[in-house]
Design a protein around this ligand. Structure first.
Ligand code: AMP
Ligand code: ZN
Length: 112
Protein backbone atom coordinates (compact mmCIF):
# COMPACT_ATOMS: atom_id res chain seq x y z
CA UNK A 1 0.00 0.00 0.00
CA UNK A 2 1.33 3.39 -0.96
CA UNK A 3 0.83 5.05 2.43
CA UNK A 4 3.67 7.02 3.99
CA UNK A 5 2.54 6.32 7.57
CA UNK A 6 2.16 2.58 6.89
CA UNK A 7 5.76 2.68 5.61
CA UNK A 8 6.85 4.52 8.77
CA UNK A 9 5.12 1.87 10.93
CA UNK A 10 6.82 -0.87 8.89
CA UNK A 11 10.18 0.88 9.25
CA UNK A 12 10.79 1.29 5.52
CA UNK A 13 10.69 5.09 5.96
CA UNK A 14 12.68 6.35 8.96
CA UNK A 15 11.04 8.18 11.84
CA UNK A 16 11.92 9.46 15.29
CA UNK A 17 9.90 6.98 17.34
CA UNK A 18 8.29 8.23 20.53
CA UNK A 19 6.16 5.20 21.48
CA UNK A 20 4.96 1.87 20.13
CA UNK A 21 2.59 -0.86 21.25
CA UNK A 22 0.58 -3.54 19.48
CA UNK A 23 -2.06 -1.08 18.24
CA UNK A 24 -0.29 2.25 17.91
CA UNK A 25 2.92 3.95 16.79
CA UNK A 26 3.99 7.52 17.66
CA UNK A 27 6.75 9.61 16.12
CA UNK A 28 7.96 13.18 15.73
CA UNK A 29 6.29 15.30 13.07
CA UNK A 30 8.86 16.08 10.35
CA UNK A 31 7.65 19.72 10.16
CA UNK A 32 6.94 20.61 13.80
CA UNK A 33 4.43 23.39 14.54
CA UNK A 34 5.30 23.53 18.26
CA UNK A 35 8.28 22.61 20.49
CA UNK A 36 6.60 19.22 21.00
CA UNK A 37 4.80 17.90 17.92
CA UNK A 38 4.15 14.19 17.82
CA UNK A 39 1.87 12.09 15.64
CA UNK A 40 0.06 9.08 17.11
CA UNK A 41 -1.26 6.63 14.53
CA UNK A 42 -3.09 3.30 14.57
CA UNK A 43 -1.05 0.45 13.11
CA UNK A 44 -4.20 -0.50 11.20
CA UNK A 45 -4.58 1.60 8.06
CA UNK A 46 -7.68 3.72 8.70
CA UNK A 47 -7.71 6.48 6.05
CA UNK A 48 -9.45 9.11 8.20
CA UNK A 49 -11.74 9.56 11.17
CA UNK A 50 -14.63 9.72 8.69
CA UNK A 51 -13.76 6.20 7.57
CA UNK A 52 -13.35 4.68 11.03
CA UNK A 53 -16.07 2.18 11.81
CA UNK A 54 -17.67 0.85 14.98
CA UNK A 55 -14.90 -1.73 15.33
CA UNK A 56 -12.35 1.07 15.57
CA UNK A 57 -13.88 2.69 18.66
CA UNK A 58 -11.40 1.13 21.06
CA UNK A 59 -8.34 2.15 19.07
CA UNK A 60 -9.68 5.71 18.77
CA UNK A 61 -9.77 5.86 22.55
CA UNK A 62 -6.37 4.25 22.83
CA UNK A 63 -4.77 6.84 20.54
CA UNK A 64 -5.87 9.50 23.01
CA UNK A 65 -4.65 7.54 26.00
CA UNK A 66 -1.25 7.34 24.29
CA UNK A 67 -1.37 11.10 23.64
CA UNK A 68 -1.97 11.69 27.35
CA UNK A 69 0.94 9.41 28.29
CA UNK A 70 3.28 11.16 25.84
CA UNK A 71 2.17 14.60 27.08
CA UNK A 72 3.16 13.56 30.60
CA UNK A 73 6.49 12.18 29.40
CA UNK A 74 7.23 15.44 27.57
CA UNK A 75 6.41 17.53 30.64
CA UNK A 76 3.42 19.27 29.11
CA UNK A 77 1.90 19.96 32.53
CA UNK A 78 0.80 23.45 31.42
CA UNK A 79 -1.39 21.91 28.75
CA UNK A 80 -1.32 20.77 25.17
CA UNK A 81 -3.50 20.34 22.12
CA UNK A 82 -4.64 17.17 20.36
CA UNK A 83 -5.89 17.52 16.79
CA UNK A 84 -7.35 15.19 14.17
CA UNK A 85 -7.62 16.79 10.75
CA UNK A 86 -10.22 15.04 8.61
CA UNK A 87 -10.61 15.32 4.85
CA UNK A 88 -9.85 18.24 2.53
CA UNK A 89 -11.75 20.88 4.49
CA UNK A 90 -10.19 19.59 7.70
CA UNK A 91 -6.70 20.11 6.28
CA UNK A 92 -5.77 16.42 6.26
CA UNK A 93 -2.75 15.84 4.01
CA UNK A 94 -1.83 12.24 4.88
CA UNK A 95 -4.61 9.69 4.41
CA UNK A 96 -3.81 7.56 7.45
CA UNK A 97 -5.67 8.58 10.61
CA UNK A 98 -3.40 10.39 13.06
CA UNK A 99 -3.66 12.41 16.25
CA UNK A 100 -1.38 15.43 16.47
CA UNK A 101 -0.03 16.15 19.95
CA UNK A 102 1.19 19.75 20.13
CA UNK A 103 2.65 21.47 23.17
CA UNK A 104 5.37 23.58 24.68
CA UNK A 105 3.88 26.93 23.67
CA UNK A 106 0.61 28.82 24.06
CA UNK A 107 -1.99 27.61 21.56
CA UNK A 108 -4.51 29.96 20.02
CA UNK A 109 -8.16 29.71 19.10
CA UNK A 110 -9.74 29.53 16.61
CA UNK A 111 -7.28 27.55 14.52
CA UNK A 112 -6.76 28.68 10.93
P1 AMP B 1 -2.26 16.31 8.41
O1 AMP B 1 -2.04 17.58 7.63
O2 AMP B 1 -3.17 16.46 9.59
O3 AMP B 1 -2.66 15.18 7.50
O4 AMP B 1 -0.86 15.97 9.06
C1 AMP B 1 0.15 15.27 8.38
C2 AMP B 1 1.41 15.53 9.12
O5 AMP B 1 2.35 14.56 8.73
C3 AMP B 1 2.02 16.91 8.86
O6 AMP B 1 2.12 17.64 10.07
C4 AMP B 1 3.40 16.57 8.27
O7 AMP B 1 4.41 17.44 8.68
C5 AMP B 1 3.61 15.16 8.78
N1 AMP B 1 4.51 14.31 7.99
C6 AMP B 1 4.48 14.12 6.66
N2 AMP B 1 5.45 13.26 6.29
C7 AMP B 1 6.11 12.91 7.42
C8 AMP B 1 7.21 12.06 7.70
N3 AMP B 1 7.86 11.37 6.74
N4 AMP B 1 7.63 11.96 8.99
C9 AMP B 1 7.01 12.64 9.96
N5 AMP B 1 5.95 13.44 9.76
C10 AMP B 1 5.51 13.59 8.51
ZN1 ZN C 1 -1.52 3.77 6.15
Amino acid sequence: MDCIFCKIIAGTIPSAKAYEDDQTYAFADIDPKAPVHLLIVPKKHIPSLAEADAGDTAVLGHLHAVARKLATEHNLSAGYRTVINTGPDGGQTVSHLHVHLLGGRQMHWPPG
